[in-house]
Design a binder for this molecule. Structure first.
Ligand SMILES: Cc1cc2nc3c(=O)[nH]c(=O)nc-3n(C[C@H](O)[C@H](O)[C@H](O)COP(=O)(O)OP(=O)(O)OC[C@H]3O[C@@H](n4cnc5c(N)ncnc54)[C@H](O)[C@@H]3O)c2cc1C
Length: 461
């Protein structure tokens, strides 16, 4: 091995995996991981750590992998991250830690994500768990939402000795990790549930089926139930639609609904009580990670799938790896194309969608070239399902039921980036609820910052 090329990772064959929900990437074995670890230059000033929103000591854990010390590597990662098996699978490493790796200047960056996954998976198989708090503090903190931001804040606060309870609206913990990201990218029982169990082993209590703002309000938690601080990590689960004619037809879904039925309610399983439509030909509108997940799920349910996106290949916001996987599996990309109308049959079900070709015009405020319609280029795609994947916003339930909690015009909670402090005393927030839809690791970074902010606030109280 010349050091310039990373050790390739084994994957399920594209033709086979397009028909099943099993994990696509098979990960490194011991030998592959130790070989890849030798490519790390152990830089004095490690840029990879700067690229990691939770500042994992990457060179240290890779050194431990090289020495065969998986338990040590796991404890090194766990100091900064409560969800290493998740992050090793879904983080956009190419634009974070691996994007900064000096190895990447002349060859492939070290495969940091796959090494993190190897450590987390091996530690789990060995039954190793993160170290908890030595001393308890007699102070109660409530966490709203059990996504990556809430789990991280909860884990860090429990390690500091606080008495932490997570309140989750759904019947299962994990947020987007369980209801959004599909099984074939992130196994639920084998990976997500196990990492949540580890957070619980730190002493965190979890109450599911509690909708804050309906079952109980933040003000009641603080005034009547003795919680001295609250962290809001309620995400951004409210889907957006295009408001085009025909969008109310049966067979039009938000990506969130389609994925929730499949992932959380296991609708793809014949024994599940939740139905899911198995489309024959499906159009997914959008080009982000969520669109790729919806498209690849519909494909696995047996559909021919078209992804319709108004910009070009270069502008696709989804991770390159996900776009590559989708193409290998047979998803058809209709780029520079935008829907204008959905048509329904006599029973009210989708039968086709009219789209128009686009071309890229001048750059907009974001620097991206804006798509403009090509007059007279309309064409129709026959289909029996349309999945809208156009982004999401925070649900206003919490902000509208909490006195003095400021939100911006996008309904995101306003919170200090360094501490998570909101406009309301004792209430902190982070993750998608503050930034709008973003990434797992940014949500975790926000959860960590807020845990520190809460600790400072309660220590000075
Ligand atoms: C399909 C999909 C694929 C994605 N793929 C990737 C990827 O590959 N890589 C990546 O980094 N990111 C990905 N993301 C984005 C990432 O998952 C999110 O940015 C991240 O989960 C945000 O974490 P969070 O903790 O802020 O919120 P969430 O994960 O949304 O968790 C919020 C939790 O709060 C709960 N909640 C909401 N309101 C209430 C209430 N009133 N009371 C109690 N509980 C409440 C919700 O039920 C939920 O469990 C993806 C997102 C989706 C939807």
């Amino acid at each position: 091995m010349d050091g310039f090329v990373r050790v390739p990772v084994r994957e399920q064959d594209a033709k086979v995996r397009a028909t099943n929900f099993k994990e696509v990437c098979l990960g490194y074995n011991k030998e592959e991981a130790e070989n890849e670890a030798t490519r790390c230059l152990n830089c004095k000033n490690p840029k990879c750590v700067q690229g990691c929103p939770v500042s994992i000591d990457i060179p240290a854990f890779i050194q431990q992998v090289k020495e065969g010390d998986v338990a040590g590597a796991y404890q090194t990662i766990s100091k900064s991250s409560a969800l290493p098996a998740v992050c090793g699978r879904v983080c956009p490493q190419e634009s974070q830690c691996e994007g900064k790796c000096v190895r990447g200047i002349k060859g492939d960056a070290v495969s940091i994500g796959k090494l993190e996954r190897y450590v987390a998976d091996t530690a789990r198989e060995m039954g190793i768990v993160p170290e908890g708090a030595k001393e308890k503090k007699n102070k109660k903190v409530a966490i709203i939402g059990s996504g990556p931001s809430g789990l991280t804040a909860a884990g860090d606060l429990a390690k500091m000795g606080y008495d932490v309870t997570i309140f989750e609206a759904l019947h299962e913990a994990g947020g987007v990790l369980v209801y959004g990201i599909p099984e074939f990218r992130l196994p639920k029982d084998a990976v997500v549930k196990k990492e949540i169990e580890n957070v619980k082993k730190l002493g965190v209590k979890l109450e599911t089926d509690v909708v804050i703002g309906k079952s109980v309000t933040i003000d009641e938690l603080m005034e009547k139930e003795g919680f001295e601080a609250v962290f809001v990590g309620s995400g951004a689960g409210l889907p957006r639609f295009m408001n085009i004619p025909g969008e109310q037809a049966m067979g039009v879904f938000s990506a969130n609904e389609f994925l929730t039925r499949s992932n959380l309610m296991k609708a793809f399983d014949e024994n599940s009580r939740t139905p899911i439509m198995r489309p024959k030909k499906c159009v997914v509108v959008g080009g982000g990670n969520v669109a790729m997940d919806a498209a690849r799920t519909a494909l696995r349910l047996g559909a021919e799938v078209h992804v319709v996106y108004r910009r070009g290949e270069e502008e696709l916001p989804a991770r390159k790896e996900e776009v590559g996987h989708a193409k290998e599996e047979g998803i058809i990309f209709d780029l520079l194309t935008n829907p204008v109308e959905i048509h329904e049959d006599e029973n009210g079900w989708v039968k086709s969608i009219t789209c128009i070709r686009m071309e890229l015009g001048e750059p907009d405020e974001s620097g991206r070239r804006s798509p403009v319609e090509v007059p007279g280029s309309e064409f129709e795609i026959e289909c029996d399902a349309v999945i809208m994947s156009l982004g999401t916003s925070p649900n206003p339930l919490i902000s509208s039921t909490t006195a003095g909690l400021e939100v911006n015009r996008r309904k995101c909670i306003v919170a200090d980036e360094a501490t998570g402090q909101t406009s309301k005393k004792g209430v902190f927030a982070g993750g998608d609820a503050v930034t709008g839809a973003a990434t797992v690791i940014l949500a975790m970074g926000a959860g960590k910052a807020a845990a520190k902010g809460i600790d400072e606030y309660l220590s000075n109280k």
